[in-house]
Ligand binder design. Structure first.
Ligand code: SF4
Length: 358
């Protein structure tokens, strides 16, 4: 498939072209690629070089994104491309996100093919994931448009490092988002991600207050880097103050990877400690992830504390909510998007092949 002309860029007086999809604002000479690698300057325009191409397609449980309040138990057709606009030294998907090899992009699919495949496989939604979808905005938007027409929901798994008109367009076609809030200090973002915390916080506020996108937040806790009581407390207080108690917050376990292989994996006790801090701050829906922790994976009623959805990792063990998402004991409405529970897709990950002609 050929390169697609981008929508967010401008010509600079010095002859370079500036990409305006994300705050990096890469200023490119003819033939140069941006920091994300997948956008480049071609014929004095910014083009996306990966429209229609993917590192692979898989059917996952929605809990794996992670989204615990968006049609629990349903399956989601997931895909990503290559590249990333952050430079996280702890990247847990670095083989995809840091790829400079177009060989990574073995699979290809048109938006119509993806929407049809989601329908065919009984997926409630499609997820733009594995690498950050904001960098392949034009493809994501075209796929999301096809999915909307086919009645398939759309999910963005993103670091939220996008702003301005590109952010408005990107999220206008998303039904749900899980945003990585990678730490809660500018030091962490500068030192380990090559980015700015303030932009991500602005995206979180934008999503919650100015869109209808269902929002959940994930923080990967890295030993010694972002797991102090003070930093977790500051993050939870910010979520409570700026977004309120009903945005689910997931604390997930780091495993040593990419440029941070010298640290230990996150102890389960750290996740439990973080969850306790979050609940003390007043957040209603707090989860631990990447570990077997039934207590940390359970959705409790914020009014009567009844266990409503009990999970073991990606497996739903017990589901008690009404079809409209109410507690059967006290009638409290649980925040999120729910429907008729049709069982649990489970922990499986099912790769599928789609192939359009190139
Ligand atoms: S999307 Fe890519 S090319 Fe555009 S500003 Fe961000 S990193 Fe640079």
């Amino acid at each position: 498939m050929s390169n697609v002309i981008g929508r967010y860029w401008q010509r600079l007086n010095d002859g370079r072209i500036e990409c305006n999809v994300c705050p990096r604002a890469c200023k490119l000479h003819e033939g140069q690629r941006g920091a994300c690698f997948v956008r480049m300057c071609e014929n004095q325009q910014i083009v996306l070089t990966t429209w229609g191409r993917s590192s692979g397609f898989c059917i996952d449980p929605i809990e794996k994104k992670p989204l615990n309040h968006f049609y629990p138990g349903s399956s989601v057709l997931s895909f990503g491309t290559a590249g990333c606009n952050l430079a996280c030294k702890f990247c847990q998907n670095w083989d995809i996100s840091k790829s400079r090899e177009m060989d990574t992009l073995m699979d290809s699919a048109t938006p119509a093919m993806l929407a049809a495949a989601a329908q065919q496989h009984g997926c409630k939604s499609i997820a733009f994931t594995y690498n950050d979808p904001v960098i392949f905005l034009e493809y994501a938007v075209d796929v999301a448009t096809a999915c909307r027409a086919a009645g398939i929901k759309t999910v963005a798994v993103t670091a939220g490092y996008i702003d301005g008109p590109a952010r408005v367009e990107f999220f206008s076609l998303m039904d749900a988002a899980n945003v990585d809030l990678k730490g809660f200090t500018e030091r962490f973002y500068h030192k380990l991600c090559g980015a700015e915390l303030a932009v991500v916080l602005d995206t979180l506020k934008y999503l919650y207050h100015e869109t209808a996108v269902w929002l959940e937040i994930t923080t990967l806790l890295i030993p010694g880097e972002n797991d102090s009581d003070a930093e977790i407390q500051a993050e939870c207080e910010w979520v409570m103050r700026e977004l309120g108690p009903d945005v689910p917050l997931h604390f997930t376990a780091f495993h040593p990877d990419y440029k941070m292989r010298d640290l230990p994996p996150t102890p389960a006790a750290t996740l439990t400690r973080a969850a306790q801090i979050a609940r003390r701050c007043g957040l209603h829906y707090v989860y631990t992830g990447n570990v077997h922790d039934t207590q940390g994976g359970t959705t409790h009623c914020p009014a009567c504390n009844a266990p409503l959805i009990v999970r073991d990792w990606y497996q739903i063990v017990s589901y008690q909510l009404s079809n409209s998402g109410q507690c059967p004991l006290c009638g409290e409405q649980i925040a999120g998007h729910f429907g008729v529970y049709q069982g649990c897709f489970g922990a499986q990950r099912k790769p599928i092949r789609l192939m359009a002609s190139r």
